[in-house]
Design a protein around this ligand. Structure first.
Ligand code: HDE
Length: 719
């Protein structure tokens, strides 16, 4: 019987090229050098080998007894290949499973030497290597990026005195006050255990049952029902360390600190109907956005800000600074910017870095310390524990992404996958072997010292009185929002609670809202078709006099610029070439990107006969993927697209999501068929000339034309 190779490749697996006889001589040992993977250098024509380094002659066919088998056990290449494949998966993170990361650096812009001895905060202008991972919390690894969820914002800073992990979120407060409730919270948020759904959604009974039975979560509820949980991009969201930490100076004196990351591009979120559609059109929306930005050299950047305060402030503050359900308003303690984080390097391999990065809250360095925040204390146990389960060995610090960049030396040894064991005679200390053989020694001056704090009382299982106010800051958050943001919070609550099957859970939730804002409670009750319930029992009477804080609103902290954003440009054959080119260059001048969407991916032949390549075919490039859209068509193009459902959705959705639209006059038939021609408003600008193109791009700075929302949304019309 004739045999064949089973692929187009030659039987040698080298595609007919002369195979290089010898392996590349650099079997790269990258650990501790900032590299990524152990791999044979991929030089042109490198020979495929087994993991033992044996050159492989045939990677297309297993070894068989006769052409039709059976397959033989002695085929060590096949055995090894399948064995390795079978073991490729590691457990996904129990929370924050879906994430995306990038390398970069932190640069100090203002010294904190008077407040902390932390090496990273000493010398202005000095850069420290960093790795950041952004994530959703509830969804599993394969879920969609734009789920309504808190985003993790975890940064590993490879300082000269060890790795400092600031494992934060894009929301400055948390659901619970004590770590012992974390498994309950997460069980309630994740898919319900009997049915195994819903995935990456809090819109279900178990979540709202738990939340409505946990008044301490009400402040966080306001944040998660706001548009903070549907960010436009990782690049456009804030990050927070959440807990109160300590900064410690050379004399051991400590100050309290809250950490903030502020995005250079300003804050921006999408709207809910848009998020739902983005998840279908591009489940990788956020990771693709980060990848594309870094790849194109538009490096995402955040300022690091600190709120520093002392015991006297803590004692005078209305709430307990150890309670992670509370913020310290920026108006009370201003955020002082001390540095910037720039992400400028993509990972070489997703698994090696983003999957294997192991953040641990207890990774702190001399000059930084914990407080007794009971949530932080619980986290300090959990993160180390979870990394062992996930990465399978206590040697996960040997992985390049986790290894310190500064020198390190200790007597830890052995264990699965040990890649560097102590050298020399001694693997213990104290010892008598002297500097050459005896290994490292403690350094009482440079070494980490915990801040000395006196014990605070008896051993108890109790929640302090100072943690008892659950509504005041929830109210403060709500009244700090613009009307459109308040409307979105109401809409989100109605949406989520409408997915809850049990009316008593819906009603219990509304009973809490009454303490936050009467109008909000009314709107939600009305939206659910519920009578207004009695207010929930409050442990202490909520304060109603906390002043609004502008820092809490997304829209008050927008960029007023289209830079870093993306325009979707729908074109057809025959579209006005000069106009298209003028618009594209105006977008580029604004520091933004333009993606061409056309009926065919090959592109469109413009009026001057030039072919404009498209990045998206119309069905793959719906307007939800863009911050604003422009439609430049020929008469024939418009007549054709007016019959096409995705083209009609393109303009109708952009309109419904309050985006700015730039429209060439020929687009009219498409707008008519999409049902928006008669509703055009000041957010829809005509495009006929190069000047129009410039004016259109200049008009994009507010990012959305919110005035429209009251005319395109049923909830708003019924309000
Ligand atoms: Fe986490 N959290 N968490 N968390 N968390 C994890 O560690 C935990 C909390 C946060 O990109 C786990 O490596 C407990 C607050 C981020 O790899 C685990 C409690 C904040 C990430 C864990 C909290 C966070 C995690 C799961 C209650 C914001 C992803 C996988 C006390 C300040 C890091 C892992 C990454 C991940 C435990 C609450 C942020 C199980 C017990 C509050 C950004 O250790």
């Amino acid at each position: 019987m004739a045999t064949h190779t089973g692929s187009n490749a030659s039987p040698t697996g080298t595609n007919g090229k002369d195979a290089k006889p010898e392996l590349s001589d650099s079997f790269q040992e990258n650990q501790g050098k900032g590299g990524e993977t152990h791999q044979v250098a991929q030089e042109d024509g490198a020979v495929l080998t087994t993991s033992q380094g044996v050159p492989v002659a045939d990677d297309q066919n297993s070894l068989k007894q006769g052409a039709r088998g059976p397959t033989l056990l002695e085929d060590f290449h096949f055995r090894e290949k399948i064995f390795h494949f079978d073991h490729e998966r590691i457990p996904e993170r129990v929370v924050h499973a879906r994430g995306y990361g990038a390398h970069g650096y932190f640069e100090l812009t203002e010294s904190l030497a008077d407040i902390t001895r932390a090496d990273i905060f000493q010398r202005v202008g000095e850069k420290t290597e960093a790795f950041a991972r952004f994530s959703t919390v509830a969804g599993s690894k394969g879920s969609s990026d734009v789920a309504r969820d808190v985003r993790g914002f975890a940064v590993k800073l490879y300082t000269k005195e060890g790795n400092w992990d600031l494992v934060g979120n894009n929301i400055p407060v948390f659901f619970i006050q004590d770590a012992i409730k974390f498994p309950d919270l997460i069980h309630a948020a994740k898919p319900e255990p009997d049915r195994g759904f819903p995935q990456a959604q809090t819109a279900h009974d178990n979540f709202w049952d738990f939340i409505s039975l946990s008044p301490e979560s009400m402040h966080m509820v306001m944040w998660i029902m706001s548009d903070r949980t549907i960010p436009r991009s990782f690049r456009m969201m804030e990050g927070f360390g959440v807990h109160t930490f300590r900064l410690v100076d050379v004399d051991g004196k400590s100050s309290f600190v809250k950490f903030h990351w502020k995005p250079k591009l300003g804050l921006q979120s999408v709207v809910w109907n848009e998020a739902v559609k983005i998840n279908g059109a591009d489940p990788d929306f956020h990771r693709r956005d980060l990848w594309t930005a870094i790849e194109s050299g538009d490096f995402p950047e955040w300022e690091l800000g600190v709120q520093i305060f002392d015991q006297e402030f803590a004692d005078s503050f209305d709430f307990d600074v150890l309670d992670a359900t509370k913020i310290i308003p920026e108006e009370l303690v201003p955020v002082r910017v001390v540095g910037r984080l720039v992400l400028d390097r993509l990972v070489d391999n997703f698994f090696a870095t983003t999957e294997q990065v192991a953040f641990c809250t207890q990774n702190i360095v001399p000059g930084i310390d914990f407080t007794n925040d009971p949530l932080l204390q619980g986290r300090n146990f959990s993160y180390l524990d979870t990394q062992l389960k996930r990465l399978g060995s206590p040697n996960f610090t040997h992985l390049p992404v986790n290894a310190p960049r500064c020198p390190f030396a200790h007597f830890q040894q052995d264990g699965h996958m040990a890649m560097h064991n102590p050298a020399g005679r001694a693997n213990y200390e104290p010892n008598s072997w002297g500097p050459a053989q005896g290994g490292p020694r403690e350094d009482p001056v440079r070494g980490f010292k915990s801040v000395m704090t006196p014990p605070d009382g008896d051993k108890l299982r109790i929640r302090p009185e100072s943690f008892a106010d659950h509504y005041s800051q929830a109210r403060q958050f709500y009244i700090s929002q613009t009307p459109i943001e308040q409307k979105h919070i109401g809409d989100a609550l109605v949406f989520e609670l409408s997915k809850v099957e049990r009316p008593d859970i819906r009603s219990r939730m509304v009973s809490h809202l009454i303490h936050i804002d009467g109008d909000l409670a009314d709107t939600v009750a009305k939206g659910l078709g519920l009578p207004l319930p009695e207010p929930a029992k409050a442990a202490v009477a909520p304060k109603t006099d906390l002043p609004p804080s502008d820092a809490l609103s997304i829209l008050k902290n927008g960029p007023q610029s289209f830079a870093g954003r993306k325009l979707g440009l729908l074109v057809s054959d025959g579209a006005d070439a000069a106009l298209v080119k003028a618009l594209m260059s105006a977008v580029e001048d604004a520091g933004a990107m333009c993606e061409v969407v056309a009926p065919k991916i090959g592109g469109a032949t413009l009026s001057d006969g030039t072919m404009l390549p498209a990045q998206q075919k119309i069905d793959g490039g719906p307007s939800v993927l863009y911050d604003a859209v422009a439609v430049i068509l020929s008469d024939e193009g418009a007549a054709m697209l007016a019959k096409d459902a995705p083209s009609k959705d393109f303009v109708a959705d952009a309109f419904a999501h309050c985006k700015f639209l730039g429209l060439s006059p020929q687009a009219e038939p498409l707008l008519v068929k999409a049902g928006i021609a008669e509703d055009l408003d000041d957010g829809c600008l005509g495009l006929e000339s190069a000047d129009d193109a410039k004016a259109f791009v200049a008009a994009l700075a507010p990012l959305r034309f919110w005035d429209r929302e009251s005319r395109v949304d049923l909830d708003a019309m019924n309000a």
